[in-house]
Design a protein around this ligand. Sequence first.
Ligand code: F6P
Length: 323
Amino acid sequence: MKKIAVFTSGGDAPGMNACIRAVVRTALYHGIEVVGIVRGYKGMIEGSFTPLNSQSVSNIIQRGGTMLKSARCDEFRSKEWRQIAYDKVIDAGIEGMVAIGGNGTFTGADIFLKEFDIPTIGCPGTIDNDLYGTDYTIGFDTAVNTALDAIDKIRDTADSHDRVFFVEVMGRDAGYIAIQSGIGGGAELVMVPENPDSFEGVIETLRYGRENKKSSAIVVVAEGEELGNANVIAGKAKEALPHMDIRVTNLGHIQRGGAPTALDRILASRMGMAAVEALLQGRKSEMIGVINDEIVHTPFDDAIHKKKPLNKELIKMVNILSI
Ligand code: F6P
């Protein structure tokens, strides 16, 4: 293999830059040329390729976002546009690819690979941590720490004003950010899609807390929560508990930005290096993961379709520790 491409796609995640750096430097170490595809699949269709050398990836390990930019690309769902992308890839002499992203990124890579057989290895870059085949995804730890920092601040004001706060965090259909930031922030309740909640249970928890001299409370709500978003749940809580002062904070995209934590930089570096090594070993159509501190390879098909279970013990723990 003489030339590979690297790209980031889907929602950005802190640590993507560290991963790009690792891919570029590992490839150069093995005498392989690298090009970056700008804006993921969109850039592939447009032929937006930029040569990357060692200096191109200097001074980025500590930066959030992605130097290669990212995009969600609807065109790539159609065969016609994938054919155009393939022609551009071949014209550029690209023989293998490292795709950094989440579920949608690997779904695209899997289809592309089945159609055109360009060896592709994925690195899981998403704050959601929702990919099967890895304990953690790149960006998750940073996002949890960002959410935690915000929850700590909300706790200060909640406590001063004897208020209840419903704090909505990201995670798409998964509750990993919610559960971890909720435990770390000492939340009274964490609502995640993996665990059915009842509205009566929410009211009961808040009432119980107040009766037991808790003057404030934090409820962390995962954006995928089945009872509705934080605004909806808080609205109903206000009706049921009119004597409580209830507020809502949606943390939103701040969870996607910021300097990656040490854990994310190291995870991203390990995964980027392992991805290039996997291509050199002739592997394709696999996602790199780290399980029990070991690099593992999981077929795209499993990474995309198998559900990574959320540890229910953690939910039980929130209930016990918040009494
Ligand atoms: O997948 C990362 C993520 O931030 C999810 O947590 C969230 O549901 C989604 O992306 C938001 O996407 P966008 O930035 O396109 O609105």
